[in-house]
Design a protein around this ligand. Structure first.
Ligand code: FE
Length: 209
């Protein structure tokens, strides 16, 4: 005998089975789509990471903050150095060592920078400390590169020097303590100072570089 309730139950079962099949098919399609999308994305990301690593390496190689054979040289590190003369002897060229660690003086009118006026920055030849900007350099008749002011208060420090029967003020690198030259009071305005430097104690980097 026909029972409308039976029909509803059967009909409902068939509908649910069809819906389940449809759902499974959709799930499979979604998984395939996800794989197709995710695998290329993963490959692209891997390539991107590889390219990023290469760029970082290039930047490090182009950064001029070190000098071959001198582990203390840096244009960016301002940490004070306490390195023995024996150690400096190993890493500095002989003529730089004689001036910077033995307070020797180069002959006037012979240094590299006594009559130059190129725009740029002067660093310590031993440790790379920032000493002077070219804007503070002036033409002096003394035969050594001369500046009227140091770049910042850590650039240069001073010590009384009574050697050679004279009372002078010795100018030393504020980071490594290396001898740079002397400080006099006969410079031009606005400071009236003259930082009389040895060219060999300076490492010049032009702005154009
Ligand atoms: Fe220095």
């Amino acid at each position: 005998m026909y029972n409308p309730q039976d029909f509803n139950v059967k009909s409902s079962c068939i509908f649910e089975t069809t819906e389940l099949k449809h759902s499974k098919t959709m799930k499979t399609k979604t998984q395939i789509f996800s794989l197709c999308f995710l695998i290329p994305l993963f490959i692209l990301q891997a390539c991107g990471q590889s390219a990023k690593k290469t760029n970082t390496k290039t930047v490090v190689m182009e950064n001029k903050i070190s000098k071959t054979g001198n582990p203390y040289y840096s244009n960016t590190d301002t940490t004070k150095l306490n390195v023995s003369n024996a150690e400096w002897k190993k890493v500095l060229p002989e003529d730089v060592y004689d001036v910077m660690r033995n307070a020797d003086t180069e002959r006037p009118f012979t240094g590299k920078y006594w009559n130059t006026d190129e725009k740029g920055t002067y660093y310590c030849a031993s440790c790379g400390n920032l000493l002077f900007r070219s804007g503070a350099k002036f033409a002096s008749s003394c035969g050594w590169p001369s500046f009227f002011e140091q770049d910042n208060k850590k650039s240069v420090v001073y010590k009384n020097d009574n050697s050679l029967g004279m009372e002078r003020i010795e100018a030393l690198c504020g980071r490594c303590g290396g001898h740079l030259g002397h400080l006099f009071d006969d410079g031009p305005e606005p400071t009236g100072k003259r930082y009389c430097m040895n060219s060999i104690a300076l490492d010049f980097v032009p702005d154009s570089k």
